[in-house]
Write a protein that binds this ligand. Sequence first.
Ligand code: ATP
Ligand SMILES: Nc1ccn([C@@H]2O[C@H](COP(=O)(O)O)[C@@H](O)[C@H]2O)c(=O)n1
Length: 231
Amino acid sequence: MTDVPVLTIDGPSGAGKGTVSRRIAKRLGWHFLDSGAIYRALAWAVQRRGVDLDDEDAVARVASDMKLEFVCNDAVQVIVDGEDVTDRLATEDVGRIASKIAAYPKVRRALLEKQRAFRRPPGLVADGRDMGTVVFPDAPYKVFLTASAEERARRRFLQLKAQGLDVNLDQIIKDLEERDRRDRERKESPLVPAGDAVVIDSSNLTVDEVVERILARLPQALKSPRGASAS
Ligand SMILES: Nc1ncnc2c1ncn2[C@@H]1O[C@H](COP(=O)(O)OP(=O)(O)OP(=O)(O)O)[C@@H](O)[C@H]1O
Ligand SMILES: Nc1ccn([C@@H]2O[C@H](COP(=O)(O)O)[C@@H](O)[C@H]2O)c(=O)n1
């Protein structure tokens, strides 16, 4: 428990959590936690070290001892064990492995304090699956952002295509639904809205509209902090 305010934005893959969270963090002048990037970085480290994905203890050991850094320049760079892996984490392949190992209770426990360490003044916007339910249950502001599976797949398709990746819409829908099902059905920290979260369906909303809806729920005093950028 701490006095530092946290806004949690949870939801399924492709709902727009990362895009919206980054914008809001910038507007408020707050820190930003992309917790999915931590699970993706772990997926990468586990593969890199040749660890058996079915061995929960071995994967949890990597979660405890991997050296993870987020370097904030124009964009956020993810450095794992001294290697910049930023460009390798976006693929559905890494997402699939991340969601498999994210189901392990020992892995989630090993990553809990690493995530809580992001809570620093003046505030934190935390994006993920269990930010409002498990990692920051005392957060005063919680959002569950969702959208139809078709719309989320369409967004992911356009996003990956823009990055020059060779993508197939049907495969993306399949991957996304499988990953969501695994995230929702796992026993440990499943993807569910926190009881006190506001649910926003972004299927028919632009990014700006989602950002404004969320900001409208925050107290005015948080929206004009010293040093916050207006962009
Ligand atoms: N409301 C929206 N309308 C249209 N496109 C959107 C909207 N929100 C996000 N997008 C686009 O959808 C893509 C996926 O968004 P984003 O990466 O923020 O989703 P996410 O919920 O963080 O996904 P993941 O959990 O898999 O990381 C991005 O290209 C983003 O620009
Ligand atoms: N708080 C979180 C965040 C992510 N995960 C798992 O990681 C996968 C990848 O996350 P992205 O947000 O980058 O797509 C995701 O499918 C989850 O399985 C998690 O469990 N908890």
